[in-house]
Design a binder for this molecule. Sequence first.
Ligand code: NAP
Length: 310
Amino acid sequence: MSPANTGSGAGTTLSAPAAVRTAGGAVLLDGKMVAARVRAAVAARAAAFAARHGRRPGLAVVQVGHDAASGVYVRNKRKSSLEAGIESFAHDLPADTGEAQILALVHALNHDQRVDGILVQLPLPAGVDTHRVMDAVDPAKDVDGFHPVNTGLLAQKRPRLRPCTPFGVIRLAQEYGIALVGLRATVVGASNIVGRPMALELLLARATVTVCHTGTRDLRAEVERAELLVAAVGRAGFIPGDWIRPGAAVFDVGINRTASGKLVGDVEYARAAERAGWITPVPGGLGPMTIAMLLSNAVDAACLRMGTRA
Ligand code: NAP
């Protein structure tokens, strides 16, 4: 596989972005640019929704405590929502908020007719049962796509609200015309929020999927045979560039801060970019795509609730 012999992707995508190559030679999968295009399309849909229903789609963002990294994400999500014409309802709770209070807020948001999507920023403080809180979100408002109902629907090949980062990987692949059917795809990482739903998304796209985790015996061999690699481990430069199969499509989900404060992914970027056919940068890859897919989910949720299309 190489960027020259791509097929067309599925779904309603925009015209293919111009191929910009990294210094190493791989085509740069420009998440920032594609995300801007997705957000513009979301804004048009949000405006159509508002014209039809007399109100904007509403997204409630709940943050408990003041985790520095989460704070940045939450501010970005709120700002991007407003720019896309989505009403943002901010709920910042102190770090010592108890589980019962968080659940009470989630229940209130479930019944608030102005709210189409609910996002509970993770991690929640120690002592709060994250599963109980996430399970309390109305699946119809679960814009993160983390609720077991939405994960189950994805597993059953009838996706509704899809987990944003994996959905962002699929969308980016489609925009660059990377044909996924039949592709040997390896996901490194098996978390509930990235690795597992990523495997389900790739399966839905009819790739042949391998999922690696700490129990995997020969990680190098699994990575070396991957025509498409998704790295979602959370360790800086964990996948050596020399492991990348020549021509592979590399999606680096990892966001790690080095001792010098630099943001890097899970893949050793410079060397990987000399071998890969396509590669996402960190930052500027799946980070912006994740936010764009969240906004897209918010408008989808609003339309699904109102029984309309926008
Ligand atoms: P996580 O919950 O910590 O999961 C890490 C996964 O990596 C686990 O499945 C774990 O295996 C696996 N793993 C750890 N060490 C390994 C090893 N030595 N060999 C093979 N597998 C190993 O992390 P996460 O929430 O999925 O996030 C992963 C990364 O993605 C983080 O850097 C996070 O910041 C980033 N992220 C980025 C975005 C975005 O918007 N771009 C969104 C979400 C997350 P086990 O299951 O066996 O423990």
